[in-house]
Design a protein around this ligand. Structure first.
Ligand code: GLN
Length: 466
């Protein structure tokens, strides 16, 4: 892995062009399958310009990888689906505009679960991504390509999206840092929607500092996303401190149920370390946690069934060879273009929203969502942050869970509640078991990014995991 400061140093010693060329050499030899599209020519051209004219912005000439559900003008954007193969967006997402304004160089679009539906990056039309720590294992998902690319040293930073854990899960499985910001902190303009009331774009890096830096670049108000929050621009990277004295940590035991022993031990050791550094720790209850997963999947699938209606074989991507009437085009293109998991979710979501079942499923899930949000509000009256395992286990084998969707959904048990409540959380590496990394999750109240980044930074400095 390499940090932003290391890559900047290398670019000064050699040149931006040579440094970025060496990344492409590595990616082209790689077995990870972390990328769907590489933007080699444009990236090298921009690197040459930076070498000639000097760099600018917070990310001057720093290479970055982008999850393939974030729109990039002139660069194919597929959501890892056959239905969008060949689709080239005519505009940039807000986050891409921000990255370009700060001088970053996009080196490619990363692999993911189709339409971000999954936790293993196995449902991609372009084949699974592999975990750099063990090629027979999944990198987590759905932003598995972004996490694997950072962990494999193919790029220093990357963007993912997190609807129910898709940044934090692969961060945990690949041993990198990943943050899901507060709902409304980062504009979703140009993010291809899966479940828009839940998702946020989030940064990956090999250190908390790089994640804070990338958040500084992408966060901020954007009038084109009506859920974007009006706030003052923060500089989280300047506020990072090695200090947790007086901090109150809450430990919700609900999040340790059914968690593998190794993960349980590593996270509890992490909490003890923070206590030794001056934090205090107490048990808190989040009593509605057990309903979070069911509520999340009803809401996510319902929103997905509506959001994915726009893929009609006319406007984007895949087309029929011969023109047919609209109804036939719509059914044939969707039958051919969507994978099994996406179809399953459209069917279940449509069912949950249908007359007669709406009240029993969708409305009930929304009520549970409110209770979960209240659990967090009550907890944050007593403590400053909550700490839990990010995932209940380390990375599993490719193929191990793919035929049993429910067991895959269960893996998200500790990451979905924050999306339902809209609160921020970060996953930091907290140890290894049998050569596989594990992640610790630090959760804060709405817009408490500064605080959770500080706790994560302090932990990272003293835990010596990397
Ligand atoms: N694994 C969860 C799902 O399949 C979360 C995915 C995500 O965050 N995009 O819905």
């Amino acid at each position: 892995m390499m940090s932003v400061s290391e890559i900047k140093r290398r670019m000064e010693e050699e040149s931006a062009e040579e440094t970025i060329q060496s990344l492409f050499d590595k990616i082209e030899r790689s077995k990870l399958n972390a990328f769907i599209t590489l933007t080699k020519e444009q990236a090298l051209e921009e690197a040459r310009k930076a070498d000639k004219n000097g760099t600018r912005g917070l990310l001057g000439a720093v290479p970055i990888a982008i999850k393939d559900n974030i729109s990039t003008k002139g660069i194919q954007t597929t959501c890892a689906s056959k239905i969008l193969k060949g689709y080239v967006p005519p505009y940039d997402a807000h986050v891409i505009e921000r990255l370009k304004a700060e001088g970053a160089i996009i080196i490619g679009k990363t692999n993911m679960d189709e339409f971000a539906m999954g936790s293993s990056t196995e449902t991609s039309f372009f084949g699974p991504t592999r975990n750099p720590h063990d090629l027979s294992r999944v990198p987590g998902g759905s932003s598995g390509g972004s996490a694997a690319a950072v962990a494999g040293g193919e790029v220093p930073i990357a963007l993912g999206s997190d609807t129910g854990g898709s940044v934090r899960c692969p961060a945990s499985f690949c041993g990198v840092v990943g943050l899901k910001p507060t709902y409304g902190m980062v504009s979703r303009y140009g993010l291809i929607s899966y479940a828009n009331s839940l998702e946020q774009i989030g940064p990956f890096g090999c250190s908390v500092e790089d994640v804070a830096l990338l958040l500084d670049v992408i966060a901020g108000h954007d009038p084109r996303d009506s859920t974007s929050h009006v706030m003052k621009k923060n500089r989280y990277v300047d506020e990072l401190k090695d200090d947790v004295s007086g901090l109150k940590i809450g430990v919700p035991e609900e999040y340790f149920e059914g968690v593998d022993k190794d993960v349980d031990n590593a996270v509890r050791d992490g909490i003890t370390l923070l206590e030794e550094l001056g934090a205090s720790c107490s048990e808190v209850a989040l009593p509605h946690t057990k309903y979070a997963l069911a509520s999340y999947y009803i809401i996510a699938m319902s929103e997905a069934s509506s959001n994915l209606a726009r893929f009609d074989g006319v406007r984007y991507g895949l087309r029929l060879e011969k023109d047919k009437d609209w109804h036939t085009t719509f059914s044939e293109i969707r039958a051919e273009g969507f994978g099994e998991e996406v179809k399953r979710r459209i069917l279940l979501g449509t069912y949950a929203l249908s007359a007669g079942y709406y009240g029993r499923y969708y409305l009930k899930a929304l009520k549970v969502r409110t209770l979960i949000k209240q659990d967090f509000e009550n907890a944050f009256k007593k403590v400053d942050v909550l700490i839990t395992p990010t995932m209940p286990c380390a990375a599993f084998k490719i193929g191990e869970k793919i035929d049993d969707p429910l067991s895959l959904y269960l893996a998200d048990v500790n990451t979905v509640p924050m999306n339902l409540a809209g609160v921020p959380s970060i996953s930091v590496p907290c140890g290894f078991a049998n050569g596989l990394p594990m992640g610790m999750q630090i959760i804060g109240g709405h817009f408490d990014e500064g605080l959770i980044l500080r706790v994560a930074h302090t932990f990272e400095k003293h835990a010596g995991v990397a």
